[in-house]
Design a protein around this ligand. Sequence first.
Ligand SMILES: [Zn+2]
Length: 205
Amino acid sequence: MKVLKLMMLVLTMCVPAMAQAQQPLLMNIRSAENFSNQQYNKLMQAKELVEMIINSAAFKSRVLSFSSNGVQGFVQNNGMSNQQIFDYLMSGAEKYPAQTVADHFMDYDLVLYKPKWYQSKKVLGYTSQDTSIIHINKKFFNDAEINQIAMNLVHEWTHKMGFGHDFKRTARRPSSVPYGIGYIIRDLGNKMYGMNMSEEMDCNH
Ligand SMILES: [Zn+2]
């Protein structure tokens, strides 16, 4: 009887904590084409960093308090509040190329590509709504710090979640979901590892 009472007490104490715990969002790299062993190792480091940051209290706090020009919220937010965007991202339910269930996995099919002569290193990668493939600029990837790669991976993935941004460097573009979330990832990665990277970069999709 004493044991049972103790168990009840433990259960009562644990339930609220369990109810609050959020299921972590993890990266599922289904395929990675044209990666050497060295490049794949770098990708794995970026994956580890993304998972650490995206499930952190600091990330949640930065997303929930995100504001643009003194107004709380992302621009081009698909009608969602910061809390809704956070919850939706953490669900891992991709919209493109086809709706997936809320499995708490960010799905990735990656291809490293050699940029054409006219593409600067600042075009980090691209994707489109009709494919699961995300192309990553090999030159960017080779030169990038881990937190920059983490930023790019999450930026491109938010396109799979249905968020867009201006093609050109408009004033509002950094406050779009892909750029806003990407910069949060980069900056928290920078804080955690003392990496440096602050200039604006372009996603060509
Ligand atoms: Zn983009």
